[in-house]
Design a protein around this ligand. Sequence first.
Ligand code: ZN
Ligand code: FE
Length: 238
Amino acid sequence: MSIQIVPIFDDNYVFILPFEGLAWVIDPGDPIKVSQYLQAHGLQLDAILQTHHHWDHTDGAVALKEKYPSCVVYTPYFQKGRYPVSTHMLKEGDQLNFAGWNFTVMQTPGHTYDHISYYDINRKVLFCGDTLFNMGCGRVFDGSYEQLFLSLQKIKALPDDVQVYCTHEYTLANINFVKSVSISPELLAFEKNCLQKRKQGLYTIPFTLGENKKLNPFLLASDKETFTELRQQKDRRS
Ligand code: ZN
Ligand code: FE
């Protein structure tokens, strides 16, 4: 199994799953970077998977579909016009198979009302878009705090050894916020590790779900009121 990470914009990641000359691409916000990658590696785009409708995740879809007309475009259920090149609308429990991947669609609303995640139960890999971040979580846009709380609880119920691929490199800023809420030796060790990675030009994604279950206050929040208060506190900081 191979997951390639292509950084785009200031802090977004596109994930590419290559297999025998074909590729699946998750959240291609930038068509140029994705096309360049596919060409350089001799890959034909087979499918686009979208987690939610924000432009930094979807802006490449139209141009890529034009360039690779046979590619399918998996999206959440949507309002008219939101995903102009969608070919398949997905809902909770839908299955997608490719190259040994076996994704189950999880509805994870909150950041947006339509947000979905892709989970491979055998490979223990989760693509969760802007729902859970390393030591943080997405902001609430057109979803609700309650939805986001429940979506994070749903992710929290997955095994500890799941590798989480979220779409933004927000980890160090997230840790700064967490330090202001609850500081611990484990958190400082985690921060040191992430700082080292960033200094070496490495990503802090993917991350292990189990570590975040212990340290990420958005996963630790015991009820939706606590969660909402925490999320709003973070909104006021950044
Ligand atoms: Zn977003
Ligand atoms: Fe985003």
